[in-house]
Design a protein around this ligand. Structure first.
Ligand code: FEO
Length: 169
């Protein structure tokens, strides 16, 4: 039986993942409008991953006999001064998500809910990967600076990103 406190926290985490998905969708559209379709593709893949994270949590919540309560999602930010600022905003999104997953894990730990702790292990590992991949792009963008050729090279590289099926819930 899922404690009400944990059910609320899982619902809140689902909202967090959907918020991240919405952010990435808006950033993808921003890049599309800037004609940086590789960056847009990367963000679209990220959007899909976040949707899958929300679904993964939703499935778990329902499997445990919990009640799904979807909340409103804030309007996402869609204006940026450039690729670097868009990725810095993405990193903030991921860091916020990591904090939220950690708090959820601590709650499951405190309530001795071992199944939820096990389920959240995947998310803890995933957050390390997600922050790392955004940080790598930020590092490259800082090196590129105002070099348009460098930006277009990175645009090509990010355009190669494909949907990772191992992520699917
Ligand atoms: Fe679902 Fe990017 O964390």
């Amino acid at each position: 039986m899922l404690e009400k406190e944990l059910q609320d926290a899982l619902n809140s985490q689902i909202n967090q993942e959907l918020t991240a998905a919405y952010n990435y969708l808006a950033i993808s559209a921003y890049f599309e409008e800037e004609n940086l379709v590789g960056f847009a593709n990367w963000m679209r893949m990220q959007h899909q991953e976040e949707m899958e994270h929300a679904e993964r949590l939703q499935t778990y919540l329902l499997d445990r006999g919990g009640h799904l309560e979807l909340e409103a999602i804030e309007k996402p930010r869609s204006e940026f001064s450039g690729a670097l600022e868009a990725f810095e905003f993405s990193l903030e999104t991921e860091q916020e998500n990591t904090r939220s997953i950690n708090a959820l894990y601590e709650k499951a730990f405190r309530l001795n809910d071992h199944a939820t702790k096990t389920h959240l292990q995947w998310f803890l590992t995933e957050q390390v990967e997600e922050e790392k991949s955004v940080e790598e792009v930020i590092t490259t963008l800082r090196m590129i600076g105002d070099d348009v050729a460098g930006l277009l090279y990175l645009n090509d590289k990010l355009g190669e990103r494909k949907h990772d099926e191992s992520e699917e819930a």
